[in-house]
Design a protein around this ligand. Structure first.
Ligand SMILES: CC(C)(COP(=O)(O)OP(=O)(O)OC[C@H]1O[C@@H](n2cnc3c(N)ncnc32)[C@H](O)[C@@H]1OP(=O)(O)O)[C@@H](O)C(=O)NCCC(=O)NCCS
Length: 156
């Protein structure tokens, strides 16, 4: 298995959105209602992601396995904004590698306390990576829905 971690390009927007959707509908399925999962999975849109990558304010990282995009992470404004692994590649260390990339970017930007809004399913993963829960939160979704998250923090 040859793994490459790199900065995302605007051309990666479609595959990023596909991984986002598949990851939510599979890996998060036992933790939220179907309505919540569908609203969450629809909240990334290729044109907006293409623009965000090109704009460069948020830093998008991609991991490729054997030249196939297998996951991505996003760091922006002191927070890990996204971290999603394709279900077929879960549990192989890619999530930790993508989080390390976001953390390295945060350090580069002088961040001392890295924040994340962790979904119910990912909270144990972040705990293992050194994050602590500091608050409960309700993240807004389309259709007047919300989803429970944990605001977590790591000193870096
Ligand atoms: C959370 C997620 C990114 C983890 O990615 P992953 O590639 O499967 O995780 P890794 O293989 O890198 O795991 C790293 C370590 O965390 C542990 N871990 C991973 N997921 C875990 C979980 N749900 N519960 C407990 N431990 C977990 C692994 O066992 C591994 O431990 P080790 O270092 O002792 O071997 C992935 O499950 C995912 O994409 N989930 C759906 C999307 C999501 O909820 N993203 C977060 C939004 S805030």
């Amino acid at each position: 298995m040859s793994t490459v971690l790199r900065a995302a390009e605007p051309e990666d927007a479609n595959v990023i959105c596909e991984i986002f959707r598949l990851s939510i509908l599979d890996l998060c399925a036992d933790y939220y209602t179907v309505d919540q999962l569908l609203a969450w999975a629809k909240s990334f849109e290729p044109n907006a992601i293409r623009y965000a990558i090109g704009n460069g304010q948020a830093k998008f990282f991609i991991v490729e396995v054997d030249k196939r995009v297998a996951g991505f992470s996003v760091f922006y404004d002191g927070m890990v904004r996204a971290l999603y692994v394709h279900p077929l590649f879960a549990g192989k260390g890619l999530g930790a590698a993508l989080l390390n990339a976001a953390e390295a970017e945060a350090r580069k930007q002088g961040v001392k306390k890295l924040l994340v809004a962790a979904s119910n399913n990912s909270q144990p993963f972040y705990k293992k990576q050194g994050f602590k829960v500091i608050a409960d939160a309700e993240y807004p979704l389309a259709g007047n829905l919300t989803m429970h998250c944990y605001t977590m923090e790591k000193e870096i």
